[in-house]
Ligand binder design. Structure first.
Ligand code: ADP
Ligand code: MG
Length: 375
């Protein structure tokens, strides 16, 4: 039985035969058509869409859904049309039939990716994945991600893993007073068969907070070598073993942070109540909308660095954002500083409500989060 559906747009009868035969072993059921019509895609979802570039005059007119993979086939080395196709979102351009082997190889790899995706979607692991994000730097993402992680582990006694997705300058390890010598960069060689033991090998158990921390490489050249797929695998394997996977994201959206946002079951947006913070939120909200991130109730807003002189109330902010605010964290620089410098724990035991205003606010936020997400 075929697992995948493919569509081939070409007027070339010989090619239609050739491609059909070629894909036979790959469990792709191929439908061939001579002209492109948008309605094809409304009736049926295709995993693959192959186009003969001779048939299509303008590749940009092909509006392929992001869940389909577009592959161009051409008989000539025409750079210009190939470039246009790639701009239109194609995965690859194959010189046909010369590069048959390359096509075969590509399809095998992509089929595996589809299968892996399916496995993950059918509930591989039940843990929640919570990403802390803000489009403005210095908002408190790292601080709040680590404090919420501690509260979940100490107060709720959940099994928690923290992953730092800042390629550089993440510094979450400082908050935990740890000096990790391994990072998820070390998972590259085992990416295909990654399992929980690999994750435990590179993670660092933080005794005081009773949680595990995984950091990224500090070397930017190494960070660039990390494939997105490594991050999604890491998160998926992790959530089969941990109750909560907490992601500390950078401000900038790169493929690692974007993958993190996409894998998150819940996004916490950290907003500072100032005009820059509000403006940054607008950008982020547009991006979330475009990529369907934090849909439904899966986006929480935390207003951080609230202080007594602030003229905006929670209500005002809620009105400006046109959405509910889920938590307020006070600004308390001097009292949290000693804990930060020492890399100590913010909460010591179940009954510990925290000794600073910030810690108390975080505990309240985390308690409410559990009520919202674990019902
Ligand atoms: N509510 C707060 N009260 C006091 N200091 C805070 C608060 N939130 C964040 N900070 C401090 O602000 C700085 C930036 O926070 P950080 O978590 O690193 O931001 P981000 O990860 O968003 O760049 C840190 O020194 C942090 O300790
Ligand atoms: Mg940070």
């Amino acid at each position: 039985m075929s697992n995948f559906k493919g569509l081939f747009i070409s007027k070339n009868q010989v090619w239609k035969e050739q491609l059909s035969n070629l894909l036979n072993d790959d469990q792709i059921e191929l439908t061939t058509v001579s002209d492109w019509k948008r309605t094809f895609l409304e009736q049926q979802h295709y995993h693959y869409i192959f186009v003969d570039l001779e048939t299509i005059d303008d590749p940009r007119k092909l509006q392929v859904p992001s869940t389909s993979i577009l592959i161009g086939l051409t008989s000539e080395h025409d750079f210009e049309i190939g470039r246009e196709l790639l701009v239109a979102g194609a995965k690859d351009l194959i010189l046909f039939p010369e590069e048959e082997h390359r096509l075969n190889h590509l399809i095998k790899e992509l089929n595996n990716q589809f299968l892996f995706q399916k496995e993950a979607e059918s509930g591989y692991g039940t843990g929640q994945v919570h990403a802390f994000y803000s489009a403005k730097g210095g908002s408190g993402k790292t601080l709040l991600a680590s404090m919420v992680a501690q509260s979940l582990s100490i107060h709720q006694q959940l099994k928690v893993l923290v992953i730092d997705l800042n390629a550089q300058f993440g510094n979450i390890e400082v908050l935990f007073g740890s000096q990790p010598f391994r990072s998820y960069y070390d998972l590259i060689p085992v990416m295909e068969e990654m399992d929980i033991r690999h994750i435990q090998n590179i993670g660092q158990y933080i005794e005081e907070a009773n949680l595990t921390l995984i950091t990224g490489p500090t070397d930017p050249a190494k960070a660039e070598q990390i494939p997105d797929e490594l991050i999604s695998r890491l998160i998926r394997v992790a959530k089969s073993q941990y109750d909560f996977v907490i992601l500390d994201l950078p401000t900038s959206i790169n493929n690692l942070s974007f993958t993190g946002l996409n894998e998150a079951t819940h996004v916490h947006y950290v907003l500072t109540p100032d005009s820059l913070g509000l403006r940054a939120y607008k950008y982020a909200a547009e991006m979330f909308d475009r990529f369907q991130i934090g849909k439904n109730d899966n986006l929480s807003i935390i207003v951080n660095r609230v202080h007594s002189k602030l003229e905006l109330t929670e209500k005002d902010i809620s009105k400006i954002l046109d959405r509910e605010v889920h938590g307020l964290i006070h600004s308390d620089f001097f009292s949290i500083q000693p804990t930060l410098n020492m890399g100590g724990a913010f909460f010591k035991k179940v009954k510990d409500k925290g000794s600073t205003k910030v810690a108390k606010d975080v505990k309240k936020y985390s308690d409410e989060l559990i009520k919202r997400t674990m019902r």
